[in-house]
Design a protein around this ligand. Structure first.
Ligand SMILES: [Zn+2]
Length: 257
């Protein structure tokens, strides 16, 4: 979930000091910023070629990625010289929306207001009616009930769409599960099982369709080559637009609930 908020050091690998060196001079665990204390997570990465800062939209934190053999003073310098960037990016994150009475939560892109109501013989603990998510039971359970409801709804929506689209490719979908992932919206394993982020159920329907089509196309092509994208295009229109939407709204989706 970091792709849109990333800053790198502009310089290549520094080959002076061994990887073990960084911990002699500790890096700060948090930055005291105008927006408050910002947690700093340090990650040593063997694959990274540059120092990088990534904004964590879930934890309102910043991650400092260290390539091998980065001298500590240089890492510290990089962190300090980008404090303003960190502050700006954190301030630009969309506001958090909690699952609480009166809050509006989108379902397939359509806003629904959360409302606590009395139990009803005609429904389970949570149901949709007149643009509302109606939730029964004590207030303390409300957030969990809304979340469980959305996850279940998400699983149904993904399953139905995946089965329908896979028929068009003459393939069969395995088990469908939902997760709360932060780095990928969906995945497809070699045996046809698929996993999706339940948060996609809040995205507009065409976006959700695109992510399902993407994973379904992996039933045929286990890669992101030209043939793969041609398949996705065959299954759903406007792929580029939906990918843009996901990139632009990633932080927003991650900060609901
Ligand atoms: Zn893929």
């Amino acid at each position: 979930m970091f792709a849109t908020c990333r800053r790198t050091s502009g310089q290549g690998i520094y080959k002076g000091v061994k990887t073990a060196a960084p911990f002699r001079m500790p890096l700060p665990r948090q930055l005291a910023q105008r927006v408050g204390k910002v947690p700093v997570r340090v990650r040593l990465s063997r694959r990274a070629r540059r120092l990088a800062l990534k904004i964590d939209a879930v934890g309102d934190a910043v991650e400092l990625v260290l390539p091998p053999r980065t001298p500590l003073p240089r890492a510290l310098n990089f962190l300090n010289s980008n404090r303003e960037w960190v502050e700006d990016r954190l301030a630009a994150l969309p506001p958090r929306v909690t699952f609480a009475e009166g809050e509006k939560v989108p379902i397939l892109g359509v806003p629904h207001r959360i409302r606590r109501v009395a139990r009803s013989r005609d429904h389970g603990p949570v149901w949709l009616a007149d643009g509302e998510i109606r939730v029964t039971g004590e207030a303390v359970h409300l957030a969990r009930r809304v979340r469980d409801f959305l996850k279940e709804r998400a699983r149904e929506e993904f399953g139905r769409r995946a089965r329908r689209l896979s028929l068009r490719l003459d393939r069969q979908v395995g088990r469908i599960s939902v997760r709360d992932t932060t780095t990928r919206w969906g995945s497809c394993s070699a045996n046809g099982n698929m996993a999706f982020s339940w948060r996609l159920v809040m995205a507009p329907e065409p976006v959700l369709n695109y992510v399902v089509a993407h994973e379904v196309a992996h039933l045929v092509e286990m890669n992101h080559g030209a043939r793969f994208w041609r398949l996705v295009d065959k299954l759903v229109p406007d792929v580029e637009r939906h990918r843009d939407w996901l990139n632009e709204n990633r932080a927003w989706l991650l900060r609901i609930g």
